[in-house]
Design a protein around this ligand. Sequence first.
Ligand SMILES: [Zn+2]
Length: 82
Amino acid sequence: MTPRILHPWEDPAHPGNSPRYLTGKPCIVRGCEEPAGTVWSRLWCQKCNAARINRIGASLADMQRRLDSLMATAAAASEDKP
Ligand SMILES: [Zn+2]
């Protein structure tokens, strides 16, 4: 099986996750002691930031699926009308 290609925020070696973005503060996630700072956010560590962005992406994808479903239902209903 081919491994999934990492998104830039998931790849610890991506330049956006380089030490130059570290803020010197810990990640804001409770219980996480990792250093905060990536090109995507100053508040989260790389792993927590990747999980956060993936959650947002999954939420947007779910909204898109539901919107597509509603649009298909509306289109089918309008085709049924004489
Ligand atoms: Zn963290």
